[in-house]
Design a protein around this ligand. Sequence first.
Ligand SMILES: Cc1cc2nc3c(=O)[nH]c(=O)nc-3n(C[C@H](O)[C@H](O)[C@H](O)COP(=O)(O)O)c2cc1C
Length: 228
Amino acid sequence: MDEMGKKRVLFICYSLSGQTSGILVRLAAGMEEEGVEVTTERLKPVTPIRFPLGGFSATFAMMLITFFRNRVPIASLSEKSREKYDLIILAGPTWSYHPSGPILSLFNLEGQRLFKGQTVLPVISCRGYWRMHWFGIRHLLAKCKARVPNKIVFSHPTKEPWRTVGVFLKIAGKNPNRSRLLGKVYPKYGHSGDQHEEAFRFGRMIGNALTEDTPLDDLNFHTPLALP
Ligand SMILES: Cc1cc2nc3c(=O)[nH]c(=O)nc-3n(C[C@H](O)[C@H](O)[C@H](O)COP(=O)(O)O)c2cc1C
């Protein structure tokens, strides 16, 4: 809580193609609407990763190394990460069924300092396969003795198999949504406008729970819009 009595939330996040960031912008707006102060700490890889990766072999290679939970070294966190917060939102994409490399590095670098005794709400952005990521991050947070009351998962709303094909092509630098044939079944990469509005609603729910001192555990984030 700050000196004005406002609840304080720290977003620690990584986003390669802007999808997690898009969800977080609306989540933060919803919380701020409820009078919560939001501070954001973006994880920055020491060697920036460009998006798209630019080619099929680079995409295959990244999918393979990320499957083995390759850490991506990150720059040190700013001083604001040392302040006191009522809640930390830990957000990032799924990479080959696991948390992304920068988030894995964060646990090695700062896990105990940031999360010990802290309430942490993970936010996952993925094309649809998030369960192993969730089990993994919950385990890592439990090892740091964090309290994890709930989770938010947003998966891309496009139907399979086009979702997988579309994500792969997009990462490789193609534009499946602009193709005459694929564009009909894959109109957009990533999350929809409706999902952004759902994130805003979730933000208000969290903001309200924080200001009213009610538990985050019972909030329902498992909705058909978030997880179509
Ligand atoms: C290397 C790589 C591996 C991925 N593996 C998965 C996966 O296993 N499951 C899944 O649902 N999505 C997977 N995705 C898709 C991303 O999780 C999804 O596009 C997410 O919305 C991207 O979020 P961002 O833009 O914040 O990085 C993968 C993406 C990349 C780049």
